[in-house]
Design a protein around this ligand. Structure first.
Ligand SMILES: Cc1cc2nc3c(=O)[nH]c(=O)nc-3n(C[C@H](O)[C@H](O)[C@H](O)COP(=O)(O)O)c2cc1C
Length: 218
C-alpha cells in the first residue's frame, strides 16, 4: 500500500486546459493561502507577497501581460479560477526583518530580551547581497518553498494547477505596479479544475528520473 503523501504527489499534474465553469471554493482558497503563509523561509524572513488574482479586471491585466512573451500560458488566465503571483522582495531591509522579529515577540516565540540575538541573523541577508545591492536571488529562492507547499496542498485538495515561470515579470510590474512595488515576480500559479476535453496532460503517466539517479545515500 502506498502512502497518502505519495498518492498526492503521483496524482497531481500540470493542467493544460481549464474548465471556466468550475471555481475554487472560498474555503479551499483559504486553506491554500494559509499553506502559503505558513511556509518556511530562511531566518523566517518571509520576504514574499502572494498576489491573488480573482476579479475579472485583474484577470484581464494578467491576460494582457502575455502580450509579448509566453503566449502558451495565456489561455489559462481567463479559464482558471485564480492565479497567484509569487512576488519576492528586491531589497530585504533591516526594517523588514524588524517586522518579523516583532511578530516573533507577539507570538511568544522569542522574548523581548532576545531581540538583538534574532536581529543578528540579518547578517545572513547581508551575505546574500548582489552587485546591484539587491537580495533577489535569495528572496526568490524562498518563494519556491511556498510554491512547493502550494503544489502539495492543491494535490490534497484535488485542485488542478499550472505553475508558470513563463510570465513576463517586467510587464507584470507595470500592470500590477501597486501590488508589486518593491517586488519581482518570477513565478505564478494558475489554479482551478481541468477541462475533461482538451487537457492533453490529464491522463499522462507520471514521469520522473529513477530514485538511484537523483538520490544518493552515503
Ligand atoms: C518552476 C516551474 C516552472 C514551470 N513553468 C511552466 C510554464 O511556464 N508553463 C507550463 O505549462 N508548465 C510549467 N511548469 C510545469 C512543468 O513543466 C511540470 O511541472 C513538469 O513537466 C512535471 O510535470 P507534472 O507537473 O505534470 O508532474 C513549470 C513547473 C515548475 C516547477
Amino acid at each position: 500500500m502506498t502512502h497518502a503523501i505519495i498518492e498526492d504527489l503521483t496524482q497531481r499534474y500540470t493542467a493544460k486546459k481549464y474548465n471556466p465553469a468550475k471555481k475554487v471554493s472560498p474555503e479551499d482558497l483559504h486553506v491554500l493561502l494559509e499553506a502559503l503563509r505558513l511556509s518556511a523561509s530562511s531566518i523566517n524572513s518571509q520576504p514574499w507577497k502572494f498576489v491573488v488574482i480573482e476579479s475579472e479586471a485583474a484577470k484581464q491585466k494578467m491576460h494582457d501581460s502575455f502580450a509579448e512573451k509566453f503566449q502558451f500560458n495565456q489561455p489559462h488566465i481567463k479559464a482558471c479560477s485564480h492565479i497567484i503571483l509569487f512576488a519576492n522582495k528586491i531589497k530585504y531591509t533591516p526594517e523588514d526583518y524588524d517586522v518579523v522579529i516583532n511578530q516573533n515577540i507577539a507570538d511568544n516565540r522569542i522574548s523581548q530580551e532576545s531581540r538583538a540575538l534574532m536581529a543578528g541573523a540579518y547578517s545572513f541577508v547581508e551575505s546574500n547581497l548582489d552587485a546591484q545591492g539587491h537580495h533577489t536571488e535569495w528572496t526568490r529562492a524562498q518563494t519556491y518553498i511556498a510554491l512547493g507547499n502550494a503544489l502539495h496542498t492543491l494535490a490534497r485538495l484535488k485542485i488542478d494547477s499550472t505553475t508558470m515561470e513563463g510570465i513576463d515579470g517586467e510587464l507584470l510590474k507595470t500592470l500590477f505596479a501597486q501590488e508589486l512595488a518593491g517586488y519581482d515576480c518570477h513565478v505564478a500559479l494558475a489554479i482551478g479544475y481541468h477541462d475533461d476535453e482538451g487537457d492533453y496532460n490529464l491522463n499522462q503517466p507520471k514521469s520522473r528520473l529513477a530514485a538511484e539517479q537523483v538520490i544518493t545515500v552515503v
